[in-house]
Design a protein around this ligand. Structure first.
Ligand code: PR8
Length: 484
């Protein structure tokens, strides 16, 4: 099936409005909840998050991460123990306490906070659990929500104050083991994102932008139609910064005590959902990749005067053939025209439509219509399951391919900062030759009016050109773009 390309002009030109519309019409989320930064996830959006969550958790557990659940609240005292960490987060913390009712004076309890992330909740427990090298490595994960009083403008899914995510935390006996786990974590995240057909850059963040309390941070930046990249996940190497503060120590094999080497990494479910909608969708709405689509196949009967019964029972037969293998919906509403049904399901992102009218009933065939390209293919009812499976796999591949090509198109190498600033205005991601110095990276930020996202982690990108800022020998490339 060669062909047509979905229309996505509006998605690129008026991204914000497009996105807000899609959230509601495709039953993804309702952002009218009256507390800023908090959303209601509707059935389609939550379904996709659940599917992504299951896949990620499966891969984490296969790698030895134990599923756990830690409390939502921390004492302010524990939270404040790691100096860098608190500097990074203090402005974004929700405080909680007992609601005072009536006038009576009550005893003031020590203040509690809602977790903005769980390091300071988990690591005091790690200190209780770990005493010997035999207790290591310890790898745990939890899917939960964390709460950040975001001060930047909030935006549905992209920047929320209640953040649904998975966080993994690991402790190791040596720096080498911790480094090895960084690679494994990156592989796991890449696998999930790749299976969703998302296109992104894997970048090591510049030091001035690493996680509060980390040695270094690696991030996954997905492209977005408005040019602001969407950081969907991050992996942080914490070194021994937290284990020193929380006294996570172990008896070494060779004797003597040492602090554990730790990592933490987080996968933002709402941002991944946003990336799926934004990268794969078109002007009509989202196009869900079949693996996570709430409904994979919708059957629309096309009745014909006098032959209604025949078409109805043929559609039923198709439905029974497919329902066990695919998430299938038979749209047999009688007061809605087939055309209206097409539009309805297209806007909900169903990747494949099956049409069946009197012609199909008579010849024992069905018409398959792809949501992403609009292509139509007539296939026999015998072997329908295999045909549907194949077309869904094709859709998955071509969504991924289309997203990947777009990323290639968006990344441009620039030779001057002026050119770069212009490209940023056009929504591009700039690739800039860089000498490796922090001060040059910092200058780029102001010179180009965009964020310095870092350099490639997944490949060694050598630059042959001079540094764009200072003119000395370039070492690698920095990626600069606007960001959420
Ligand atoms: C950590 N600690 O905290 P991180 N809205 C939506 N998604 C968000 C938001 C937000 N306001 N803030 C962050 N995320 C480490 C690692 C435990 C886990 C998502 O790391 O602060 C982003 O996708 O980098 C981000 O990459 C991820 O959470 C982890 O957050």
């Amino acid at each position: 099936m060669g062909g047509l390309i979905a229309r996505d002009g509006e998605k690129f030109e008026r991204f914000s409005e497009w996105f807000d519309n899609v959230l509601l019409t495709a039953r993804i989320a309702d952002s009218r909840y009256p507390v800023k930064g908090f959303l209601v996830y509707l059935e389609s959006g939550w379904f996709v998050i659940e599917r992504v969550r299951r896949r990620l958790e499966y891969l984490l557990e296969e790698d030895g991460h134990l599923p756990m659940y830690f409390p939502l609240v921390a004492t302010l005292e524990n939270f404040s123990r790691e100096a860098e960490h608190i500097k990074g987060f203090m402005g974004e913390v929700f405080a909680v306490g007992k609601l005072r009712v009536g006038g009576g004076e009550e005893q003031q309890e020590a203040p509690l906070i809602l977790r903005p992330t769980s390091e300071t909740i988990m690591y005091p427990m790690f200190a209780l659990w770990i005493s010997s090298h035999a207790d290591l490595p310890l790898k745990i994960h939890q899917s939960c929500s964390v709460y950040r009083y975001e001060t930047k403008a909030t935006r549905a899914l992209y920047r929320v104050r209640e953040i649904p995510w998975n966080e993994a935390h690991t402790a190791h006996a040596s720096q080498e083991e911790a480094e090895e786990q960084v690679r494994r974590a990156v592989q796991i995240y890449r696998r999930v994102l790749d299976e969703l057909g998302l296109a992104y850059l894997t970048l090591r963040r510049p030091d001035f932008d690493k996680f509060a309390g980390a040695e270094y941070s690696i991030a996954f930046d997905a492209w977005n139609p408005d040019g602001k990249v969407n950081q969907v996940a991050t992996v942080h190497n914490l070194g021994t910064n937290f284990s020193r503060v929380f006294n996570v120590e172990f008896e070494k094999k060779e004797g003597g005590k040492a602090h554990t080497w730790q990592l933490c990494y987080g996968f933002g479910y709402s941002r991944v959902l946003a990336a799926i909608i934004a990268q794969h969708g078109d002007d009509l709405g989202p196009i869900f990749p079949p693996t996570v689509a709430p409904i994979q196949v919708v059957i629309v009967p096309i009745p014909y005067k006098g032959r209604e019964q025949e078409v109805r029972s043929y559609a039923q037969e198709i439905y029974s053939t497919l329902r066990e293998s695919f998430r299938t919906r038979l749209d047999d509403r009688e007061d809605v025209t087939p055309g209206e049904k097409y539009y309805y399901w297209e806007r909900r992102g169903v990747p494949l439509r099956v049409e069946a009218g009197p012609r199909e009933a008579q010849s024992g065939s069905v018409m398959l219509v792809r949501r992403d390209t609009g292509e139509r293919r007539s296939v026999p009812l015998t072997g329908l399951k295999e045909s549907v499976e194949n077309v869904l796999a094709e859709i998955e591949r071509s969504l991924a391919e289309r997203a990947r090509r777009k990323l290639e198109e968006l990344v441009v190498e620039v030779e001057t900062v002026e050119k770069g600033a212009g490209m940023i205005e056009e929504g591009k991601i700039c690739k800039v030759s860089w000498c490796g110095s922090e001060s040059c990276a910092l200058s780029l930020k102001s010179l180009m009016g965009a964020e310095v996202r870092g350099y490639r982690y997944d490949m060694d990108e050598r630059s042959e050109r001079p540094c764009l800022v200072c003119g000395s020998r370039g070492r690698t490339y920095l990626y600069v773009s606007r960001a959420y």
